[in-house]
Structure formats: structure tokens, C-alpha cells
Design a protein around this ligand. Sequence first.
Ligand code: SAH
Length: 249
Amino acid sequence: MAWRSSGTSNASLVENLWRNKLITQPLVKAAFLRVDRAHYAPSSPYHDSPQYIGHDATISAPHMHANAAESLLPFLLPKVEEGHQSAEGVASVQGRKGRGRRILDIGSGSGYLTHVLAELVGEDGLVVGLEHILPLRDLGEANMRKSAEGRALLEQGRVRFRVGDGRKGWCEPGEEEAGWDAIHVGAAAAELHEELVRQLRAPGRMFIPVEDSHGEQFIWTVDKDAQGEVVKKRLYGVRYVPLTDAPKG
Ligand code: SAH
């Protein structure tokens, strides 16, 4: 699948992801078009493959980022209260009036997906990128500073990069009880960590690669409905770097 969607520019990469039905929702396509992957991938940015970014980390392949954004979309867009404007027929995130969502991106690495997610939550949303390696926290922020749009997101406090162990989730200081409408995990977990499920709002969705006892990894979605019922679904096989302890020293 990887080679099929590669492009020679950001626009052609996104067009190929669209043509191959890896991106199917116009708002997701618009968000991908707004973020130049060259600001985040140190080499071959328009190739549909992962690239090494240092510290044993990779920026995931564009088709995986596309799939994550497509899956999480209903929990990213501003939440329109029932009886108000319908979700359909709204051409832009800016045109949607509703409560901004709170999103946690665990293992933010290059910061690329963090930025794409921020394009989807709109002006009142918040995306927190969480890394356990300080230089990678800083890399995500520095990459985002390369564009005027990225700098504005940081300056307006709509994106924050933090350091911590993602297996325990994350609480913003002073916002301990707020929880997250969506949690994206960018590294393979050894289990579906209960603390992450607890921090999901009701309703909310988590997108997480999990490694099983045979060493095989699968993407799971964990949905919490408005009543707090949790449904876990195993989707398809993947290859991610593991969610680990932070290196010593
Ligand atoms: N979404 C990123 C993926 C980076 S690779 C991107 O596409 O650029 C996975 C990342 O998870 C690495 O940056 C790694 O440092 C981070 N990571 C691994 N274990 C972690 C943990 N316990 N807590 C937070 N981040 C972790």
C-alpha cells in the first residue's frame, strides 16, 4: 500500500491518499492539505512511508496518519448540540459552531499529526502532544514553528507539547477532571491501559496500536458512549515502535 500514495509535493501526496480512499472525508483532506509534511519529516516527506526522526522514533507513514484522523474525526470536530446545525453540509471546520474538543496525542514525535488534529478541532479546541523524551517534545514544537499557521496555533495555546509517560495519560495543570474527547496513541502499547480509558470523555474515542502476546500489533479503537459504556474493537495489523520507559540519563 505504501508506494501507491507517494507524491512529489504535499498536494500530490494528499491527492493520492484521496484517490486510494485512504482519506475519504473532505474535512480530513482539507486538514492534510493545510499541513506541509516537509516541516515534519527530515527526508522524503512526500513518500508514503515512515521516516526516522532520531531517538529510536519515526514519523508514521501518511496512510497511518490518514487512517487515525479518519477514525477519530467524529470526536475531533467542534461538538454541535442536538437541534442545532447539522454536521452534514458544513464545508469547513471554521463554519461549524460548537464546543471545541480536547485531544491528547501520545507519542507526538515529529508533531505532524498533532498539527493535523489541531486543524480539525477548530478555534476553541485544544490538542496536547505528549512525549516522554524531552528532545522529541522540543522537536515537535520546533517543527510546528516552521509555518505561520503552526506558530499561531502555539501562540494561541491551541496546541501544547508536554513531557510525560503516555501510558498514564495526561492531565493539564488545573484541568485535572477535563478528560479527552479523543486520544491518539502513536506507539504500540503492551495493553489497553485502564488509566487512558478512564481519561476518555463519555462519549470519546481512543485510537491505539496494541501488541499481543505473539508480538503482533493491531490497531484498536476504544469507544466510550455517553453512558460510559466501553466497547473495544480490533481493526488491522500494523508495525509501530513500542510505548516504553523513557531512556535513562
Ligand atoms: N506520532 C508520531 C510518532 C512518533 S514514533 C509521529 O508520527 O511523528 C512514537 C513516539 O512515541 C516516539 O516519539 C516515542 O518517543 C514516543 N513514546 C514511546 N513511549 C512513550 C511513552 N511511554 N510516553 C510518551 N511517549 C512515548
